[in-house]
Design a binder for this molecule. Structure first.
Ligand code: TMP
Length: 204
């Protein structure tokens, strides 16, 4: 059986890390070999870019610099990890992928036309087989992120910005309902995992 690419998306504090583990266990229980990874990052080169892009350099980062770094990391990640693992028949579970660039860098002003051009250049037709969008009101998500302790410059964003990010994720989900399952992440852990299990059952 060929490998499938499953991505998890959502705003800050949506609980992606916990649910990534849940998805991996669900697949492993069904006999799949699973590669778990994240963006930006996932390979030595891409993790180095992650350090660069998440740090606060005190001089601001233009949306253009940011989107190019995200896609530079994604290109290395696809070539050195995602594509080889899918070709070997493994399922790849990725914490964030191109929909995050669409939502975050789009909300910072990068046009949809430029985002699509980068997708076409870097993804070369690769799309996730399934995307789980963990949807949460941004005030709850930001409060959770802040409660975890020190925040990076993305987690320090305003409620207004995170509201736009959420809208862009939901827009993408309504454009591609066959690929993106919207999960109500404001529910209890058990209820969130029941929604995820149902989406995996039906859509994979
Ligand atoms: P994380 O906190 O989920 O590990 O992600 C790090 C931050 O990077 C998160 O705040 C969202 C941001 N991000 C983008 O802005 N664009 C992207 O394409 C990706 C993958 C992440």
């Amino acid at each position: 059986m060929r490998g499938r690419l499953i991505t998890l998306e959502g705003g800050e504090g949506a609980g992606k890390s916990t649910q990534v583990r849940f998805v991996c266990e669900w697949l492993e229980q069904r006999g799949r070999n699973v590669c778990v990874t994240r963006e930006p990052g996932g390979t030595p080169q891409a993790e180095a870019i992650r350090q660069l892009v998440l740090s606060d350099w005190g001089e601001g980062v233009t949306p253009q610099t940011e989107v190019l770094l995200m896609y530079a990391a994604r290109s290395a990640h696809l070539q050195h990890k995602i594509e080889p693992r899918l070709a070997a028949g493994d399922d790849v579970v990725c914490d964030r992928f191109a929909d995050s660039s669409y939502a975050y860098q789009g909300a910072k002003g990068v046009s949809d036309q430029h985002l699509l051009a980068l997708e076409s250049l870097v993804l070369a037709g690769r799309k996730p087989d399934l995307t789980l969008l963990l949807d949460l009101p941004p005030d709850i998500g930001l409060a959770r992120a802040h409660a975890r302790g020190q925040v990076n410059r993305f987690e320090a964003e305003t409620l207004g910005f995170m509201t736009q990010v959420r809208q862009r994720f939901l827009q993408r989900a309504s454009d591609e309902p066959g690929r993106i399952a919207v999960i109500d992440a404001s529910r209890s852990l058990e209820q969130v995992q029941a929604q995820i299990a149902a989406a995996l059952e039906v859509r994979l």
